[in-house]
Write a protein that binds this ligand. Structure first.
Ligand code: HGY
Ligand code: MN
Ligand code: MN
Length: 416
């Protein structure tokens, strides 16, 4: 397939302006974003994305999980489209670029094709996947997971947030539940541009990460039950302190992860303490242990060691414990052809690059099951993400979108 000419570049100013415009919707309290899935702010962000796509001459499709598909026609309407996108939902203390760069980078591909009057054989579809973050509704990558046949739609609709609101009801409430059957769309390929969310590219002075694999993820929700009691008048030997048990278990989580250094990681980001009162010994804690590794056997070993170690702690303290697997996916290897398109694009454009394994999960990890898939990464400052101080340079954003443009357009086949 003919590659786009080396001098073809996206419009970095327009991409940056769109990122800043989108960042105004669902602002955080420290310069980032709080645009959680299926909130009114999510609805506003979707509407803005739809407006921009329609201004670029695209037709918008919407499926029953709220996944958005902005289609730019190709010369062969029968040809399977090349999809390009990511997610617009953010963490509660999220940055302006996690996910958003990939969605607006996809839009920038379409806008640039329009500017240059380029036609492609395959249609190209810019995509926004609902609920990638998995914060309000676990698990992460929920809607791309339904699209890839990993979860049923009914199970997804029944997922509840901390206030007991169901996913399906909230999707209906914000008015973004479409009619399309989820997963009915067939793809020629899928590409996702994303910030690295880690320190490697910046530390090595690389412009581009060519993502060959995504590490696997395991989320185990642990419920420890002790007994609420007065923190002042209850003698130490009589206490059934669920909070203390959790602290000891989380020490073990850290130990287990370190024992598989340097590639494995482990922590608990979600922790609920009940009744969470200053003078009540916690009678119950619920927390989610997040283990990750590029090696599936290591993930399985860490899950097993967690259960054994936690059970020993609980038995010694006379408490109860429950484990529930609430999320997970195996390590993924992306499509060689699509990865080569990304690597060749970076080479052709003269951007420094290196192969990299994604530390974070992405919609591409699930879409990789149903279509040839690859990712492009750009650096982020200090490798920081899932923090309102997440930051990238305009140049990094443009370089990532240039490589995305070349990989997508080469795969979609330019029609002279
Ligand atoms: O959890 C993840 O890796 C992604 O940010 N949802
Ligand atoms: Mn993301
Ligand atoms: Mn994220």
């Amino acid at each position: 397939m003919a590659a786009p000419a080396q001098n073809l570049r996206i419009n970095g100013d327009r991409l940056w302006d769109s990122l800043m415009e989108m960042a105004k919707i669902g602002p955080g309290v420290a310069g980032g974003n709080n645009r959680q899935t299926l909130t009114d702010e999510d609805g506003e962000g979707r509407a803005l994305f739809q407006k921009w796509c329609e201004d670029a001459g695209c037709t918008m499709g919407l499926d029953q999980m709220g996944n958005m598909f902005a289609r730019r026609e190709g010369t062969d309407p029968e040809a399977l489209p090349v999809y390009v996108g990511s997610h617009l939902d953010t963490q509660p203390t999220g940055g302006k670029y996690d996910g958003v760069l990939g969605v607006l980078g996809g839009l920038e591909v379409l806008r640039t094709l329009n500017d240059l009057g380029i036609k492609t054989k395959h249609p190209i579809v810019a995509t926004n996947w609902t609920n990638e973050e998995g914060t309000r509704y676990a698990p992460a990558m929920l809607s791309s997971g339904v699209f890839a046949g990993v979860h049923t739609q009914d199970w997804a609709y029944d997922r509840e947030d901390a206030e007991g609101k169901k996913f399906g009801d909230e999707l209906q409430r914000i008015g973004w539940r479409g009619d399309e059957e989820v997963g009915a769309r067939k793809m020629h390929a899928f590409f996702e541009l994303h910030i690295e969310q880690g320190p490697i590219l910046e530390a090595e002075g690389k412009d581009i990460g060519v993502v060959t694999h995504g590490q696997g993820l395991s989320w185990t929700q642990v419920t420890v039950t002790g007994k609420d009691a007065h923190t002042g008048s209850t003698p130490m030997p009589m206490r059934k302190n669920a909070g203390l048990a959790m602290a000891r278990i989380l020490e073990k989580v850290d130990e287990i992860a370190w024992s598989n250094a340097p590639h494995a990681v482990g922590a608990a980001g979600h922790i609920d303490v009940y009744p969470n009162s200053r003078n009540v010994i916690p009678g119950k804690v619920v927390f989610t242990v997040d283990f990750r590794s590029p090696d599936l056997d290591v993930i399985t070993d860490m899950e097993n060691r967690l259960r054994v170690a936690a059970q020993e702690i609980i038995d010694e303290m006379g408490l109860q414990i429950e484990f529930e697997k609430v999320g997970g996916f195996d390590p993924v290897k992306f499509d060689d052809g699509c990865v080569a398109a990304v690597r060749n694009a970076a080479e052709r454009l003269g951007y420094s690059h290196r192969d990299i394994i994604s530390g974070a999960g992405h919609d591409a990890c699930w879409i990789n099951r149903v279509a040839p898939t690859a990712m492009v990464m750009c650096p982020c400052v200090d490798g920081l993400s899932h923090n309102e101080a997440e930051d990238i340079s305009k140049e990094w954003a443009a370089a990532g979108a240039d490589v995305l443009f070349h990989a997508v357009v080469e795969t979609a086949e330019i029609v002279e």
